[in-house]
Design a protein around this ligand. Structure first.
Ligand SMILES: Nc1ncnc2c1ncn2[C@@H]1O[C@H](COP(=O)(O)OP(=O)(O)OP(=O)(O)O)[C@@H](O)[C@H]1O
Length: 795
């Protein structure tokens, strides 16, 4: 049975030897080395098997003879073996010289220690110099886009079958290029003549297998950066590729030698009794001989190891080069890096957790802060509300008591370089003043109904005043007067800016505008509004609405030049006195003059704000202004604009009231205002009348039995108001500059004192139709009054 099997089965070795003998017989050249022959035999098809070796040797011979024609004798036999051929070219000198002949300067520096052709095989160059020459040659070849080979093809000590094929291909391509260059010129087209070796040599199969390893290596290179699942996926793919390569190679081998496969082996394979490794070993041992079969097996198993170990961490981290060199520490480095990476990842996740914790903490803090801010804002708004209510109640109390209301207004700093003496302005009407020029603590706090800072507009000031002014239309007498140092802004507040800008209209103008508006809205009451405007100049009351020029101070000044000076001075003084006397208006008790304190002053009916504006212009024109060191347009008189309101409703009820808008002349220190002559006289009058006003205020504040109204025209004029018949508002004006600190303190003290004056509850000047009828029915001798229950009583 064994003999029978032996005879029916031709062994692989025998078959291969037989075919080799046949090839040797056909070949005119020296046969290739055994291993090369046998492997080519295994890998080539039956049809090509005969011509393969011949063609290879022929091409090698052709390449060698062409090289000799280019660089000179190489000392090679006519048909060199692969080993001879490769050894001759190993130094790279021949190749570099050859390419330099074709492309001068292609390899700029050729390392050559021996003369070519004589001693190429006597004294080998050091390995790195080989590498230098060969590398330069290969670079040049690639530049020319010619087929190349690997430097390692020249380095191998044991020349493998078919390993010279690529080198031969390259040299013949170079030859072809050279020939085409010669025939067509340098840039002529050329075609690379491919190797006729269509079937793959065993070396190529090996490189195919190892190229799978390079796939592995690529995968490994990625392993450092890729995520683990991706890495494993790549490894699977590598493994699959390598297995595919092996399978295709094996299939080739099996196909080529299927007659040599044991039938029992095929059967056991088909039955699944033999696993693929055993099958593969058996086929290989039957196909290959001795050493060769072992080396192939070793190679394949090595590859197999690579493939198998793809699943393990250790090997897939090595690149193919390291596998060949077998001295690899990349894995350890990778492992180190992987460890560090893992640590970093752990750190990252820990940091993430901490970050999330901190974020939630921050969120909580923000929420808490938000709650606290909300609570604070609620508290603050409550506080503001309380202050507002407090002020409102205070105002009501003051109204009930009949206190003089005091608003303080601070004008903007006109001397920008000057320091401000205003330290603090409170919303509750408090004001803190200090003297910046003094080192010791000079802070003083004042309390008023309201304090307007330098940035307050005219509109804002009027808004606070509006309710008071409107009460005039309800029958209350109202008196608003502006008090303060010269240049502190009294005229600005009462009459507006001297440039007449619409945004800077004074309280006078806005008040009258408002009164007309109310009058037009209240259709059931018919209002008559009349205006008087007088000034108190040098203790004389003068009509500012007189159009006949009666207020011209010196009408005869032009005839001054016709007589001696002394004579005319006397005459002028006389006329001056005469004129002044004739123009001086008398202040009377209102009750006897239809409510008019100055019955002789012009009284003009007004229908609209425009009418009032025209009258004000006239009054301003007639008013005494002059320039002083403190104010370039200083009012030298106290001006009083009186608005008389008379209203009658459809039931016949009447109201009558008056609104005094007083722009006082400013108190001034004559040393500062640098006035002399007439201006000095004016200043003295101004200061005197203001001092009288101060006395009246003090007396009122102290509730003295005697109030010195009659000491000045000003107090006389304001008697009715100060005497408790009016709602009074005082604007205390101050300059913020530190050099006015003294005057500012003095003004504020005066205002503070005024705010303590209790005038008593103001009463409405309202007369019902019944009272009027009674009055008209000769009850004039009796005093008609209303009792607490609004019943009429006659006294
Ligand atoms: N609130 C303000 N805003 C802008 N400018 C102002 C303000 N108050 C006053 N002024 C300016 O200050 C200067 C002096 O003002 P104003 O003439 O009104 O002072 P006064 O107190 O009437 O002085 P006097 O008593 O000498 O007549 C003017 O040029 C005026 O335009």
């Amino acid at each position: 049975m064994a003999d029978e099997q032996r005879t029916c089965r031709v062994s692989f070795r025998d078959g291969r030897l037989a075919s080799r003998k046949a090839e040797e017989a056909d070949s005119p050249f020296h046969p290739p080395p055994f291993h090369s022959y046998s492997l080519n035999h295994l890998c080539s098809s039956k049809e090509n098997r005969g011509g393969f070796v011949d063609s290879d040797a022929l091409r090698r011979s052709e390449a060698a003879s062409w090289l000799e024609s280019i660089v000179g004798p190489l000392g090679l036999p006519p048909q060199p073996t692969e080993k001879e051929f490769v050894s001759c070219l190993r130094s790279g000198i021949v190749l570099c010289n050859a390419i330099n002949r074709i492309q001068p300067g292609a390899v700029p520096k050729v390392v050559a220690s021996q003369s070519i052709g004589t001693a190429w095989d006597i004294q080998p160059l050091p390995a790195y110099q080989y590498f230098e020459n060969v590398r330069n040659f290969l670079v040049s070849v690639e530049d020319l886009k010619l087929p190349s080979f690997e430097a390692s093809d020249l380095e191998r000590d044991t020349v493998e079958a078919g390993s010279a094929v690529k080198i031969v291909d390259c040299i013949l391509a170079l030859k072809n290029f050279h020939e085409l260059q010669q025939s067509n010129g340098e840039n002529g087209p050329w075609k690379h003549v491919k190797s006729p070796m269509v079937p793959r040599s065993f070396g190529q199969l090996r490189s195919l297998v190892f190229s799978s390893g390079s796939v592995n290596a690529r995968c490994l290179d990625m392993s450092a950066t890729a995520e683990k699942p991706q890495l494993e996926k790549n490894m699977d793919q590598c493994k699959q590729d390598a297995v595919d390569s092996l399978v295709s190679m094996l299939s080739d081998l099996m196909f080529n030698s299927k007659e040599n496969i044991d039938q029992s082996l095929i059967e056991s394979w088909n039955k699944g009794k033999t696993d693929h490794v055993k099958l593969f070993s058996k086929i290989m041992s039957s196909c290959l001989e001795g050493q060769q079969s072992e080396s192939v097996l070793q190679d394949l198993l090595l590859k197999g190891n690579v493939i198998d170990s793809c699943s393990t961490k250790e090997t897939y981290k090595c690149c193919s080069f390291c596998l060949r060199e077998r001295s690899c520490d990349h894995w350890y480095k990778l492992e180190e890096q992987e460890k560090e990476l893992m640590e970093l990842k752990a750190l990252l996740s820990e940091t993430r957790v901490q970050f999330v914790t901190l974020q939630s903490q921050l969120q909580n803090d923000f929420t808490e802060l938000g709650i606290q801010i909300h609570e604070l804002s609620v508290g603050a708004s409550g506080y503001h509300q309380a202050i507002k209510e407090n002020r409102h109640l205070y105002n009501i109390l003051q109204e009930l008591r009949g206190n003089i209301r005091v608003f303080c207004r601070i004008r903007p700093n006109l001397k920008f370089e000057a320091k401000s003496c205003i330290e603090y302005i409170g919303n509750d009407g408090s004001l803190m003043i200090f003297d910046p020029c003094k080192s010791q603590n000079t802070r003083k706090i004042f309390q008023f109904n309201k304090v307007f800072g330098p940035a307050t507009t005219q509109g804002e000031v009027y808004k606070e005043t509006q309710s008071l002014i409107r009460s005039v239309m309800d029958g209350y007498n109202v008196c608003i007067f502006a008090y303060g140092q010269t240049g502190a802004g009294k005229t600005y507040t009462m009459c507006g800016s001297s440039n007449g800008s619409c945004e800077e209209l004074g309280i006078n103008h806005m008040a009258l505008n408002d009164l007309f508006q109310i009058s037009s809205i209240r259709e059931d009451i018919k209002y008559d509004i009349h205006v008087q405007m007088v000034e108190i100049y040098n203790e004389q009351v003068r009509d500012l609405l007189a159009e006949d020029g009666a207020n011209t101070k010196y009408p005869f000044v032009l005839i001054f030049f016709f007589f001696p000076t002394g004579f005319w001075l006397d005459i002028i003084s006389y006329f001056d006195l005469l004129i002044n006397y004739s123009n001086t208006l008398e202040i009377m008790n209102c009750s006897g003059n239809g409510g008019l304190s100055i019955p002789n002053a012009s009284i003009r009916g007004v229908q609209s704000t425009a009418d009032v504006l025209n009258l004000m212009k006239l009054g301003e024109k007639n008013r005494a202004f002059s320039s002083t060191a403190m104010n370039h347009r200083s009012s030298r008189s106290h001006s009083v604009l009186t608005v008389h309101v008379h209203g009658k409703d459809i039931s016949g009820n009447t109201i009558h009231s008056c609104l005094h808008l007083v722009d006082l002349a400013g108190s001034e220190r004559v040393d500062k205002s640098e006035v002399t002559g007439d201006q000095l006289k004016e200043a003295q009058h101004i200061n005197k009348s203001l001092s009288c006003l101060g006395d009246v205020i003090t007396a009122l504040a102290q509730k003295n039995s005697h109030i010195p109204y009659r000491n000045s025209k000003l107090t006389q004029l304001l008697q009715n108001s100060l005497g408790g018949n009016a709602k009074m508002l005082m604007f205390a004006h101050v300059s913020p500059e530190s050099d006015s600190h003294g005057e500012t303190i003095s003004t504020l003290k005066f205002a503070q004192r005024a705010s303590t004056v209790e005038l008593g509850t103001p009463h409405q000047n309202k007369e019902s139709s019944e009272i009027r009828n009674l009055k008209e029915q000769n009850f004039s001798d009796s005093l008609v009054m209303m009792d607490l229950h609004n019943q009429i009583i006659l006294i």
